[in-house]
Design a protein around this ligand. Sequence first.
Ligand SMILES: [Ca+2]
Length: 265
Amino acid sequence: MKFRNNSGYFVALFSIILFTFSITGIIQASIVDEESVEALYLFDEGEGDVATDSSQNGRDGTIMGAQYAEGVFGTALMYDGVDDNLLISGYMGVGGKEPRTTVFWFKASSTRDHSWVKWGPNTGGAKYYIRGHVSGQQCFLRIEVNGGQNYGQADVCDGDWHHCAVVFPDGADSVQDHDLYVDGVLQENTGGDREMDTGVNVEVNAGARLTGHSFLHGLLDELAIFSAALDAEQINAIMDTGLYGTVSVDPQDKLTTSWGKIKRY
Ligand SMILES: [Ca+2]
């Protein structure tokens, strides 16, 4: 009888421990609201020309020329800087003055004004163009909207991997309202202001240049666009643990298929 009681006690204790671990896991996995994920690319396919969108929206991208190479987590896309691109057909990005966050890892193969991510028409305030801002042998993270811009001061063209995040906060209305993070560090804003009204009639792409600028030359990993303004804690969590562990809450979702391949270099 006494043995049974002890056994029951240990079963109960074990259940509590399991439950605690489960709750902890849910809290950690829910640090970013999955409903705010517009599109998410891990680039871990390793072959083919389809970049699977791991969000709930099915916005698979078409890889145009870029090759797979070793990434920060699993594999990444390597761009030749001549004509490589990733096109998200049918997805026009986040428009108007709606809050948004774009994150990605980047490793430069040269110093230039790399075209990282963009959407919107090339007209005043309507363009949404995340690219490099060249300063001597360095380049900085920059968002421009045609008529206004905002850039930081950390060099991301030095050939090392850098995590970039471009955040347009709730209630913001101009390009200087953005918060730019490089390697999780908030940048000081530089540039000229311009009211924003992002257009939604040009598809999102990552790599192709606009006239007068340059194709992305280097490696791109862990690209995601959110319809929410992420804070410093969330951005650092994405940088440290990857998009999979930060965003995914459903073990049955498509992200699971990539989990086994992910490792941090
Ligand atoms: Ca990857």
